[in-house]
Design a protein around this ligand. Structure first.
Ligand SMILES: Nc1ncnc2c1ncn2[C@@H]1O[C@H](COP(=O)(O)OP(=O)(O)O)[C@@H](O)[C@H]1O
Ligand SMILES: [Mg+2]
Length: 263
C-alpha cells in the first residue's frame, strides 16, 4: 500500500527547477497560497500545515480532469516544503460577490457560473466523489467583460472546517456519512448567494442567539429554517434552489435537473 502511494506521489513531482514561489495570495489557518511561475506560466502554489492534507488533495486532484475543476500541475518542494502546484485563477466567488473584486455580474453570467459549478459537481458524482466543502471561496473565477470562467478548488477534504451556512442538516446528525447530496444542499445556498448577492441567513441580526449559539443554530436548520427569499428572480430558479436545500436528501434535485433548469 505504502509502495503504491509512493509511486503515485513520485509520479506527480515536478523535476523542473524553474519554478519560483512569489508573493502570498492568502494565508489561512490550514494553508498558504502563493503566486508562482513555472517557466513562463503563472501558477498557484499551496503549502499545507498538515502534510497529510497535501497528500489527500494531490491524490484527488491528479485524477480529476474537468474544465470546471482547477487544473493540477504537480507537487514541488520549495525550501524543503512540499507544495501543490496548480493553474492560477485571478479571483474567487466570495470576492466577486462581496469583496475587494466586487463585480456586477449579469444574470446571464450568474446562471452560467452556477451551471458550471453544477457540471463540475456532476462530474465528481459520476466518479464517486463529492467536494465536501462547497462555498464561494472554493469557487475560483476569472471574469473578463462578458466572459466568465469557473473552477472548483480546495479538495483537501476538510471535514473539520466546513462552514455552517453551507452545511446540510443531516451532517449534524450523529453517525451521518457525508455524500454528494450534501454538496447539492450547499449548491442551493450558493445559488441563493449568487442570485441575491447576500450571504444565506444574513437577515438574521448579528446579536441573534442563533449565531452565538451553534447548538441553537444547528437545531433551527434541522427544524427546517432556511434563508429568507427577498425578491423573485425567475420562479424556476427559486424552485430549483429551494429543492436543493430540502431537509430530506432524497427530495433534492439531481445535478442534471439543476443544469437543465439553469438556462
Ligand atoms: N489556483 C488558485 N489560483 C488563485 N487563487 C487561488 C487558487 N487556489 C486557491 N486560491 C485562493 O486561496 C484561497 C484559499 O485556497 P483554498 O485551496 O480554498 O485553501 P484553504 O484550504 O485555506 O481554504 C481561495 O479562496 C482563493 O482565493
Ligand atoms: Mg478553501
Amino acid at each position: 500500500m505504502l509502495v503504491v502511494k509512493l509511486l503515485i506521489i513520485t509520479s506527480v513531482l515536478i523535476y523542473c527547477q524553474d519554478i519560483r514561489k512569489q508573493s502570498i495570495i492568502t494565508k489561512g489557518d490550514y494553508a498558504t497560497i502563493y503566486f508562482g511561475h513555472l517557466n513562463e506560466e503563472i501558477v498557484c502554489l499551496k503549502s499545507f500545515k498538515d502534510p497529510l492534507a497535501l497528500d489527500r488533495e494531490v491524490e484527488d486532484l491528479q485524477l480529476l480532469n474537468h474544465t470546471n475543476i482547477i487544473r493540477f500541475i504537480g507537487r514541488h518542494s520549495v525550501d524543503g516544503v512540499d507544495m501543490l502546484v496548480m493553474e492560477y485563477m485571478p479571483t474567487n466567488l466570495n470576492k466577486v460577490i462581496h469583496g475587494e473584486a466586487k463585480n456586477n455580474l449579469t444574470l446571464g453570467q450568474k446562471v452560467e457560473l452556477l451551471r458550471d459549478v453544477a457540471k463540475a459537481l456532476l462530474y465528481l458524482s459520476e466518479n464517486d466523489k463529492y467536494h465536501g466543502d462547497l462555498k464561494p471561496s472554493n469557487i475560483l473565477l476569472s471574469v473578463d467583460g462578458d466572459s466568465i470562467k469557473t473552477k472548483l478548488c480546495d479538495f483537501s477534504d476538510s471535514k473539520f472546517r466546513r462552514t455552517f451556512m453551507y452545511m446540510c442538516p443531516e451532517n449534524y446528525q450523529y453517525g451521518y456519512k457525508f455524500s454528494y447530496l450534501c454538496d447539492i444542499y450547499s449548491f442551493g445556498m450558493i445559488m441563493y448567494e449568487v442570485l441575491f448577492e447576500i450571504k444565506p441567513f444574513s437577515h438574521v441580526p448579528d446579536d441573534s442567539d442563533v449565531f452565538k449559539n451553534v447548538f441553537e443554530w444547528k437545531q433551527q436548520v434541522l427544524e427546517g429554517r432556511r434563508p429568507y427569499i427577498p425578491t423573485i428572480h425567475s420562479t424556476d430558479y427559486i424552485n430549483i434552489m429551494t429543492r436543493c436545500w430540502q431537509s430530506d436528501p432524497s427530495k433534492r434535485p439531481t445535478y442534471q435537473e439543476i443544469i437543465d433548469n439553469l438556462k
